[in-house]
Design a protein around this ligand. Sequence first.
Ligand SMILES: CC(C)(COP(=O)(O)OP(=O)(O)OC[C@H]1O[C@@H](n2cnc3c(N)ncnc32)[C@H](O)[C@@H]1OP(=O)(O)O)[C@@H](O)C(=O)NCCC(=O)NCCS
Length: 146
Amino acid sequence: MDDWLRRYAGQSRRGNTAAVWVITDASHAVACYATLSMTSIDRSAGPKPLAKGAPRQVPALLIGRLATDSRAAGLGLGTAMVKHILATAAELNIKAACRAVVVTALNADAARWWQRFGFVPLDPEDSASLDLYLLTADIAATLAGP
Ligand SMILES: CC(C)(COP(=O)(O)OP(=O)(O)OC[C@H]1O[C@@H](n2cnc3c(N)ncnc32)[C@H](O)[C@@H]1OP(=O)(O)O)[C@@H](O)C(=O)NCCC(=O)NCCS
């Protein structure tokens, strides 16, 4: 995660393949970062709530990466970043529709972390799947939660 930020964040931003959001400390060192990109999900690969009435390619927002510096773990930065991302998705949806936010969790622990925010597996028959989504229509409920 550190390596990607140092080596590829700048070129991804300049190349318009990923927007990089950061939370910094008082000395401007990155304490948490996330990347966002437009994507689409094949309707046939998505569950009913995602696929219903949608075109073959369902528009979505991809969280490519999210990481907190281990020295700042547990301070709420990751949660603040996710809430910022979800608010961004809701705003973006007004100007260029996106039906869902999608992420591939790093591992099973991380998948449980995403589930805190309402993310569920793209494949409803595979509860262990690391490919997760949250409907844009459900973002308001997540943001209103604790
Ligand atoms: C997941 C991650 C972003 C959380 O960042 P953070 O800033 O420490 O998160 P917050 O402070 O907002 O939340 C802390 C809570 O999340 C839990 N948590 C943190 N990392 C977790 C993980 N990998 N799996 C499950 N729970 C985790 C903590 O136990 C804590 O729980 P509590 O609220 O019950 O005390 C961070 O641990 C990280 O960078 N992990 C490695 C990369 C990763 O897994 N990214 C996300 C998947 S792509």
